[in-house]
Design a protein around this ligand. Sequence first.
Ligand SMILES: [Mg+2]
Length: 239
Amino acid sequence: MRSKLLVVLDADNTLWDTNSVFEDCQRELLEMLNDIYRHSRTEITFDRLREIDQSIAESHPRGLRYPFSILIRRLREIMIGKAGPDDPLDAELANRFYQELAAKTPPLLEGVNEGLALLKSAANLVILSEGGQSRIPILLEKYAISDYVRATEYVTSKTSEEFYRIRRQYRHRGVIKEWSIGDQLAKDIGPAAEANFSTVFVPGGFDSKWNQTYNGAEPTYVARDFLDAAEYIIKDLKD
Ligand SMILES: [Mg+2]
C-alpha cells in the first residue's frame, strides 16, 4: 500500500535526548575549568555557563553549532577577570569536549519507539537534520529504528525551500498530506508551515531563547511526547 502521508522528523531532541548528553559534557568541562582556574576570584555556575553559551550562539552565524573554543575562552576570561591572549589550552579543552560528546550515546526519548511503529504503515518517514551525518545512522541502528525511516536528509539549514523540495518529491509518490514533528519552533515548525506542512511541536527540555517564536507561526498541535504526536497525526488521517 502506498503511504498517504509524509512525516518529516527532526532528530536531535525529538528522537533522542541530545541535550542531556550536551549538558553532561558542559558540566564536565566547567568542573575542569573551575579546577584549572581555582585561584581566580570568579567561580562560574552551570546556569551562568548556559547563559553565556546562549549569548554566543545567538550572535554566531552557526548558532548553537559555534566552535566550542569560543565558550572556553569566554569562561576563562571571566574566571581570570580579564581578556587574555589566545591560550592553546582553549583548543585542547574544546577537542576534549568534542571527543566526550562523540563518545556518549543520547538516550531515546519517551514514546519514540511506539510512535514510529504507529506511523510507519501510514507515512513516509523522513529525517531532516542539520548535520549529524556520522551520528544519525549509528543511532538509528543502535535503537533498531532504521527500518522505520525511509530517508535521512542532511541540510545546512532547515529552510522552507528544503521542506518544499521534500514535499514535491513525495507528492509525486501519491502523498496527500505532509507533517513536520520537531522540538524547535524556528527550525521544525515555522519553515515547515510556510511550505504548507501541518506541524506538531514536541517541546524538549531545552530550546534556545531566540528560537521560542517564529514569526508568529503556531504549530497545528503541541504534543506531550512523540507517541502523542504520532497518535494525533493518525487520528487526523482517519477523521
Ligand atoms: Mg531538534
